[in-house]
Design a binder for this molecule. Structure first.
Ligand code: ZN
Length: 306
């Protein structure tokens, strides 16, 4: 007997897909909203990017000039966070991991007011969504400075996971070991961006050095059957973001996306949005993209879909 999710894919019905509960486990909070929502608020239509980005730097430039410039200051930042919760509620996201940097905590005046503000937005705009806040270190961060802050941040028992984002391989991944040990002791889920721009070996090294349980992207692992076997054997989940990978030139299009090879090798994968205010594709649309391109069948996507 077919289920609702398979029906929705086979009918190419975005509306049906949106109504089915799903997860978004890789979402940079300040970039997770809908372009139209922010455009309407700013009273300025925002056109999605018209071509692929040559680098993360190019992507950042596009974001600053097309989106961030329309929502300046704290008020603009909070509107973008609001947009992420609104989008999650609209897309039937049942479990939402939003990642934040330490600079974002500081900009709102420290942990107490930060938590109060974020929980308030979560309750108001996505009351039925389980909010899973993630603490993201920048790959260029000074680890000692971050370590000085970590105990205080973790003492609130609010963050559920940690991440490293930004330019991959900006410094040896092992430099973050002390931070990850501390996060592990506090019971957080250990994640990091890896294998988006790096290699399969980089993915394995990141998992071993930091005892990661999940990887954001990790798609380079598809280049190595050995690394894929190893990830499958260790039950390491890859949080995959198809449109982000296409737009940043990590794969030509949906029909060539490495999630096919990862799935075939038995690596646990999830489908996520990454930066919807740039890539303009919801989690529901990402499932449809993979299905419509012929990369994966409705049954296979149903197998992935949590
Ligand atoms: Zn990301």
């Amino acid at each position: 007997m077919k289920n609702q999710f398979i029906d929705a894919l086979e009918n190419h019905s975005l509306d049906e897909l949106r109504r089915i509960p799903k997860s978004d486990l890789h979402n940079h909070a300040g970039r997770g909203g809908n372009i139209k929502y922010i455009g309407d608020w700013a009273n300025t239509p925002i056109l999605p990017p018209s071509s692929k980005f040559g680098s993360l730097g190019e992507m950042q430039e596009w974001f600053v000039s097309n989106v961030k410039s329309l929502c300046p200051g704290i008020q603009g930042y909070l509107k973008r966070i609001e947009a992420s919760f609104v989008q999650a509620a609209d897309d039937g996201i049942e479990r939402l991991a939003l990642s934040y940097g330490i600079d974002e905590i500081d900009a709102l005046g420290g942990m107490e007011s930060f938590i109060h503000t974020m929980d308030g937005l979560s309750h108001h705009y996505a009351p039925h969504t389980q909010f899973l806040p993630e603490l993201a270190f920048d790959s260029r961060d000074n680890v000692d400075e971050a370590l000085d802050r970590l105990d205080e941040i973790l003492s609130y028992h609010w963050f559920k996971s940690v991440d490293i984002c930004g330019l991959e391989l900006a410094q040896p991944i092992g430099n973050f070991r002390s931070l990850y040990r501390r996060a592990k002791e506090a019971g957080l889920i250990l994640k990091a961006h890896s294998g988006e721009f790096g290699t399969a070996d980089d993915v394995m090294e990141a998992v071993e050095e930091l005892e990661l349980q999940e990887i954001h992207h990790g798609i380079a692992a598809a280049q190595s059957p050995q690394v894929m076997n190893w990830l499958a054997g260790h039950n390491i989940t890859l949080n995959v973001c198809p449109t982000s990978n296409v737009m940043l030139g990590r794969t030509d299009n949906y029909s060539t996306h490495p999630v096919r090879a990862l799935y075939d090798a038995g690596v646990p994968v999830t489908i996520n949005s990454d930066d919807m205010l740039i890539f303009n594709q919801s989690v529901s649309e990402e499932y449809l993209n993979l299905y419509s391109s012929g990369l994966m069948s409705a049954n296979e996507l149903n197998d992935i879909y949590p």
